[in-house]
Design a protein around this ligand. Structure first.
Ligand SMILES: [Zn+2]
Length: 188
């Protein structure tokens, strides 16, 4: 069973089954009068693993952290109730590394839900994605720290400073010219 430990040291388990998947879809759907059928529901579909906006993409997006937390709450609220932990306290435990750990556990739970062939395919794809993501992060950091980026940023700053100086000089010039000459000169 997939597990993660939150920032407060509480351990949570995640296990998917059809009723839980439906409950998550329904709890995270804001569409009025929706019957939460997966064909048209806008809630989180934990078994959408292939579409362009599949669950890994959707919940892996940092803009959707609150949606990830809502989803985790739906998956863990029975354990939370048994320990008298409310939604707010539960959500407070999901920050920093705990969010990563919860994301990994959720991915594992999603894979475990599927039959063997699909499960193995998803696990292999997940590992490959993780490798590529780490590579991309390392490359991004290397680029940010590179001399090339430093030069690019400094060049841009220089350009901006030059433009600001030019603006100030133009203003000074027009302020010092006589009203007559200012009137006779059309705006540049
Ligand atoms: Zn719905």
């Amino acid at each position: 069973m997939a597990r993660y430990t939150d920032a407060e040291g509480n351990e949570w388990t995640i296990e998917l089954d059809a009723p839980t998947i439906r409950a998550v879809r329904s709890a995270t759907c804001e569409k009025p009068d929706c019957d939460h059928h997966r064909d048209h529901c806008q809630g989180v579909d934990l078994v959408d693993v292939d579409g362009a906006n599949n669950v890994f993409v959707r919940l892996g997006n940092v803009d959707n952290i609150e949606l990830l937390i809502d989803t985790l709450w739906e998956l863990c609220h029975e354990q939370a109730n048994a320990r008298s932990i409310d939604t707010t306290t539960f959500a407070k435990g999901l920050r920093g590394d705990a969010l990563d750990a919860a994301g990994v556990a959720l991915r594992e739970a999603i894979c475990d839900f599927f039959p063997k062939e699909k499960r193995e395919l998803l696990k292999t794809m997940g590992q490959r994605n993780e490798q590529l993501r780490e590579l991309a992060v390392a490359r991004g950091i290397a680029r940010i720290n590179s001399e090339e980026t430093e030069k690019m940023v400094l060049d841009e700053l220089d350009k901006k400073v030059d433009a600001d100086i030019k603006k100030v000089l133009t203003r000074l010039n027009s302020a010092s010219s006589t009203p007559d000459s200012a009137e006779s000169t059309p705006d540049a």
